[in-house]
Ligand binder design. Structure first.
Ligand SMILES: CC(C)(COP(=O)(O)OP(=O)(O)OC[C@H]1O[C@@H](n2cnc3c(N)ncnc32)[C@H](O)[C@@H]1OP(=O)(O)O)[C@@H](O)C(=O)NCCC(=O)NCCS
Length: 332
């Protein structure tokens, strides 16, 4: 399977660390920068709407009913347009669409179907794969199987996240972590020039840990931060190293590393432990916060023009479930 184009989209509204100072929750911009490394995030909500949520002047349901929350399909359409504009080769009909999000608009139908309809695809098998922050790696793993079996010739993968709409803005611990974003990845069984070849994919889970990261129906995001941080560092390293080892590669053979964009300090700690120099570490969490499933693939998309023929790229993610996984890609 080859990824031959990618696109990303981030909403315009910016929430910087000083905005959280004004929420009156004893948040400290210095603490955030020091402990999490995030400086800004994007949101489908304006600062005024977040302020209203914080002070109980509105609810997510009211904002949604008023059409104030951008839909998953709209976000995906914008990333799809970027991916299409980047490729001169979107000619063959797409036969498979995999959507993915932790925060859907509706429980039924699948986002894959709504996104396909929005971008005008009809003769497709459209469905969702949801593995929280690990979603993109799992989507690629599933698509890889469909392509290898011959069932899929041309496909599209979408991730869109809006965690900023499911946060308790009176909680300084969790409210400062998240940003919204979306990605599209166009995939093919054919090797088009400049594609990223998916050489290998790895998907693992430890279901006994599912309660550590939880977004209960109708409630707010919750995680056991310190415990999850240990898991995240350990499994980022394991996922990256396992996929390299089973492909007879060393850490120094990989040109680019992309981890789950949850926390910059956590990422640099994992990279240092693996011996990855900062020049090979790609990230956007500092500017965009934790975008859940869209985080790591949005980094992959933002850096699309940097990869040179032969470069190996390792994408290692961790997420709720608990889940972790990785992709080994090579620029053609
Ligand atoms: C969430 C996370 C940033 C919290 O960092 P931490 O160092 O564990 O910090 P803690 O939550 O223990 O908080 C330490 C102190 O800082 C305080 N604090 C938290 N947020 C703060 C903020 N915005 N401003 C000021 N102080 C803050 C806490 O209230 C706590 O103070 P207290 O002991 O007086 O209650 C960190 O644990 C993390 O990144 N975990 C991994 C997340 C992850 O990978 N998730 C993946 C799935 S999405």
């Amino acid at each position: 399977m080859y990824i031959y184009s990618m696109g990303h989209y981030f909403p315009e509204n910016i929430l910087d660390n000083s905005f959280f100072d004004r929420l009156d929750i004893e948040s400290s911009a210095g603490w955030i920068k020091d402990r999490v490394g995030i400086e800004t995030r994007r949101s489908v909500l304006t600062q005024e709407q977040v302020m209203d949520l914080r002070h109980g002047r509105t609810t997510r349901e009211q904002l949604k009913a008023a059409g104030a929350i951008e839909s998953i399909a709209s976000m995906c359409e914008k990333s799809w347009q970027v991916a299409k504009a980047r490729s001169t080769d979107v000619k063959d009909p797409i036969d498979t669409v995999i959507g993915g999000t932790s925060i859907p608009d509706d429980d039924i139908p699948s986002n894959g179907c709504v996104i396909s309809n929005r971008i005008g695809l009809e003769q497709v098998r459209a469905f969702d794969v949801n593995s929280a922050c690990s979603t993109f790696v799992v989507q690629c793993h599933v698509m890889r199987g469909l392509v290898a079996s011959g069932m899929t010739k041309e496909g599209a993968i979408f991730c869109a996240e809006r965690y900023t709409t499911r946060i308790d803005y009176s909680d300084r611990r969790n409210s400062i972590l998240f940003g919204d974003g979306a990605i599209a990845a166009l995939v093919s069984s054919k090797n088009r020039p400049g594609s990223l070849k998916l050489i290998d994919s790895l998907v693992e889970s430890s279901p006994s840990g599912w309660e550590h990261i939880h977004l209960p129906d109708g409630k707010f995001f919750h995680q056991n931060g310190a415990q999850v941080q240990k898991f995240a560092i350990t499994k980022t390293i394991a996922a990256a190293q396992d996929i390299l080892i089973r492909n007879q590669l060393k850490t120094s053979d990989a040109h680019w590393f992309i981890g789950h964009q949850a926390n910059y300090r956590m990422l640099t700690s994992a990279m240092e432990k693996m011996g990855v120099p900062s020049s090979r570490h790609l990230y956007n969490v500092t500017d965009l916060g934790n975008q859940g499933a869209a985080g790591a693939p949005s980094v992959l998309s933002q850096n699309w023009d940097r990869y040179k023929t032969g470069d190996y790229i390792v994408v290692a993610v961790v997420g709720a479930g608990l889940t972790w996984g990785s992709l080994l890609l090579q620029k053609q």
